[in-house]
Design a protein around this ligand. Structure first.
Ligand SMILES: [Zn+2]
Ligand SMILES: [Zn+2]
Length: 312
């Protein structure tokens, strides 16, 4: 009742621009107030802190605030907005939902991390420190897709035409804003168009799957590839190397009884590609192949070549 009696007064003195974020110049969305008393949209503040851990208005040091990651929503501000600017708030929420829907699309404008080779089913731990990638990872989590594309860099195009969709399994944040992101490879894709958004690369992509063959004749020699690696010791695995490899990529996956059970082919095939001492440029064509047979025979050739050059 008390707030109701205040209403006319509040609406008289309330200027909608008082409820605008000084960073995006729009009505506050999920407003948070810093220890220095300045209010911003949560997402706007986070983007600023990616670059510099200081208040965007008064330059107060906010490192401690950043470490705690406890952004308290400014409830009073939210209540004021929903009470006195309901239609503006609805418009603002609509824009926000449209942005989220756009960011959730895993075919168009998909965020691309340009760094290394990644393969389906193989773990890919990442160290994030660049502001643009902090934003990218945060968005992947906010939208709930938890996914982004990983591509190898390319001098001409910026990034390669083939890549692997990674799914975030865990993120650890550090006090200085860095984070370690634990991801695993999901699907392979072909880049249809190279794009950009807010300082990071994006792409329109098309997913790749192996073409399933009715018969697996003459494939028996490929089934033995995992053993071949171990017995020929092509991947020259000393104990210490083995630990390093397994620490990064996990242990070699079990052999599947059916080679074509999954549209990506057997996991051990990707694991082998990841651990073989091949350069990214040499690994890339394997990602693009949609013939399991070609992929397996390619790996076999690499192994034979390595065995021969060892005997020389
Ligand atoms: Zn804002
Ligand atoms: Zn401030």
């Amino acid at each position: 009742a008390e707030t109701d009696s205040l209403s006319p007064v509040v609406s008289d003195v309330l200027d909608p621009t008082d409820l605008e974020c000084s960073l995006c110049m729009r009505l506050f969305y999920e407003p948070v107030t810093t220890p220095c008393g300045h209010t911003f949209c949560l997402q706007c503040l986070e983007r600023c802190l990616d670059h510099n851990p200081k208040c965007p208005l008064c330059k107060e040091e906010l490192s401690e605030y950043l470490v705690q990651r406890q952004y308290c929503k400014t409830v009073l501000m939210e209540n004021l907005i929903s009470k006195y600017l309901p239609s503006e708030l609805m418009e603002r929420q609509k824009i926000q939902q449209e942005e989220m829907a756009e960011l959730s699309n895993l075919n168009k404008n998909v965020p691309i991390f340009v760094c290394t080779m990644a393969f389906p089913t193989v773990p890919c731990p990442l160290h994030i420190f660049e502001p643009c990638y902090r934003l990218m990872i945060r968005r992947c989590i906010e939208t709930g897709t938890n996914c982004f594309g990983m591509c190898l860099g390319d001098n001409l195009k910026g990034f390669a035409d083939y890549g692997c969709l990674l799914e975030i399994r865990d993120v650890k944040f550090f006090s200085d804003g860095r984070s370690v992101v634990d991801t695993i490879g999901r699907r392979r894709f072909k880049v249809i168009q190279h794009k950009e958004r807010d300082g990071y690369n994006t792409a329109d992509i098309e997913y790749l799957e192996d073409v399933k063959l009715a018969r697996e004749e003459g494939w028996s020699r490929y089934r033995e590839l995992p053993e071949a690696v171990i017995t020929q010791r092509c991947v020259c695995v000393s104990m210490c190397q083995k630990e390093r490899i397994e620490g990064h990529f996990g242990p070699m996956p079990e052999k599947d009884s059916e080679l074509q059970a999954c549209p990506n082919g057997p996991s051990w095939c990707w694991w082998l590609l990841a651990v073989l001492p091949l350069e990214g440029r040499a690994q890339l064509p394997f990602l693009a192949l949609t013939s399991l047979k070609d992929r397996l025979s390619g790996i076999r050739k690499v192994l034979l070549f390595m065995a021969q050059s060892k005997h020389r």
